[in-house]
Design a protein around this ligand. Structure first.
Ligand code: NAP
Length: 232
């Protein structure tokens, strides 16, 4: 499994939890230093650290070929900044690079018969729907969510890849120091719901999200079906 935003709170928590489930791990990190990780008892967790940066997603094609599950998890929050640079950074990191990674993974060459079906998990946010007190964060996450909804309308032909969407409520991290949940709890819930087969994975203390997100996904699906068409 490969996880982007690997050094962040959720990236680290997911890698630790996935290690507990016996997964072989690849950490996709934009930091210049290779990533290392240890478990609760300070034992090193085996993982392959791969450096990348936004705009150079294609360079990951070779190593993603061997990946069964890609978790697109990197993200940034510019809070109240509305400068041109902040707009560009939010759109580039939260929406466009995530989108390019998704497309890259969906278009990887077919795998040998008998290989497990590929999966991509895309971490959007509750901010797809609800205010996050950060307009650019909301705009960029909504863009990613809407693109994902459109893309999920099409099967991937002979090269199937399951798309799962992660809609998460506030958890503590550098991106959101005031989150009410812990990243470890969120990672555990994400994996538990994925193991139960859920395509829409929601982890939140907010009951409004639990009701509105599935409704909104249904409406988007209908709208996309009616007013867009697949490439011929
Ligand atoms: N915290 C919340 O309340 C919350 C709620 C809903 C959804 N989310 C989403 O969950 C994901 C993980 O967030 P987090 O809360 O764990 O935040 P975090 O601790 O700040 O981690 C985000 C990670 O994204 C990567 N990243 C940041 N800027 C980047 C850039 N310019 N290019 C490529 N990678 C970059 C970094 O990892 P590397 O250094 O390893 O590249 C960073 O550690 C994000 O997509 C976030 O939007 C968070």
């Amino acid at each position: 499994m490969a996880v982007s935003g690997a050094r962040g709170a959720l990236g680290t928590a997911l890698l630790r939890a996935l290690h507990g489930h016996g997964a072989e791990l690849m950490a996709l990190t934009s930091s210049p230093e290779p990533m290392t990780l240890s478990d609760g008892e300070d034992r090193p967790i085996p993982l392959r650290s791969v450096g990348w940066c936004c705009g150079q997603e294609q360079a990951l094609a070779a190593c993603l070929r061997e990946v069964d599950i890609l978790v697109i998890n990197h993200g940034v929050n510019v809070y109240g900044d509305r400068s041109a640079a902040a707009i560009e950074r939010s759109l580039e990191v939260n929406a466009l690079s995530a989108w390019r990674l998704l497309e890259l993974f969906l278009q990887l060459p077919e795998r040998p018969a008998g290989s497990p079906c590929r999966e991509v998990w895309v971490n959007t946010s509750e901010a797809e729907l609800l205010p996050a007190l950060s307009p650019l964060y909301e705009i960029s996450k909504r863009l990613l969510g809407q693109l994902l909804s459109l893309r999920a309308l099409d099967g991937q032909g002979e090269n199937p890849c399951r798309i799962r969407r992660l809609v998460l409520g506030p958890f503590r991290s550098a991106l959101n120091p005031y989150g009410v949940m812990g990243a470890g709890f969120v990672a555990g819930q994400v994996i538990a719901q994925a193991r139960r087969g859920f395509g829409l994975i929601i982890v939140t203390p907010n009951p409004i999200t639990l009701v509105l997100v599935p409704l909104q996904m249904g409406l988007r699906h209908l709208y996309g079906r009616l007013f867009s068409r697949a490439a011929s």
